[in-house]
Design a protein around this ligand. Structure first.
Ligand SMILES: Nc1ncnc2c1ncn2[C@@H]1O[C@H](COP(=O)(O)OP(=O)(O)OP(=O)(O)O)[C@@H](O)[C@H]1O
Ligand SMILES: [Mg+2]
Length: 153
């Protein structure tokens, strides 16, 4: 599945719908692996996603701290305490898998209520669960972006 967006707001709106429709009470955490060059719209999508999950805080890219954690409110997810983890691996160059292990990432996806969204996820491809939804962002020039979704199931 792919969509084309013409501006920032359309990418955000796509994220918002995606978040609002996510079924989080499954057996496994929802993992979204985002790929695509600088400025292709990954963080913009995450801002919409968070809004769609009912999160009111402003999403700031976790480029320097690698991970930010947001509580998903009860109104969206009435049965379980759940969190959105926003991870950005852009800065990592050396010992990437070791660094990511130190973040406790394996624990994030053990809780089925969690939503984990990872920018530059291709850097840890071998660590990513099979059930992950891969979302590729492409810059088609000016404000046009192509967003492609790939799932294994
Ligand atoms: N159709 C569009 N969708 C998303 N962003 C767009 C679009 N058109 C223009 N933009 C602009 O492109 C930029 C996208 O930045 P964003 O931070 O979302 O990219 P990113 O993929 O997260 O980059 P990085 O790899 O640096 O984290 C923003 O300045 C945004 O306003
Ligand atoms: Mg970003």
């Amino acid at each position: 599945m792919e969509i084309l967006t013409k501006n920032t707001e359309e990418t955000k709106e796509f994220g918002r719908k995606f978040g609002a429709e996510l079924k989080v009470n499954r057996k496994k955490a929802v993992v979204l692996a985002l790929t695509g060059e600088l400025g292709s719209g990954k963080t913009t999508f995450v801002q919409g996603l968070a809004e769609g999950l009912g999160i009111k805080q402003r999403i700031i890219s976790p480029t320097f701290i690698l991970v930010r954690k947001y509580k998903i409110p009860f109104s969206h997810q009435p049965l379980a305490i759940s969190y959105l983890y926003h991870i950005d691996l852009y800065r990592l160059e050396k010992n990437i898998e070791g660094e990511v292990n130190n973040l406790g990432i394996e624990d994030f996806w053990k809780s089925p209520e969690n939503v984990i969204v990872i920018e530059w996820a291709e850097k840890i491809k071998s660590m990513i669960p099979k059930s992950t939804i891969w979302i590729k962002f492409e810059n088609l020039g000016e404000d046009k972006r192509r967003i492609s979704l790939m799932t294994n199931d």
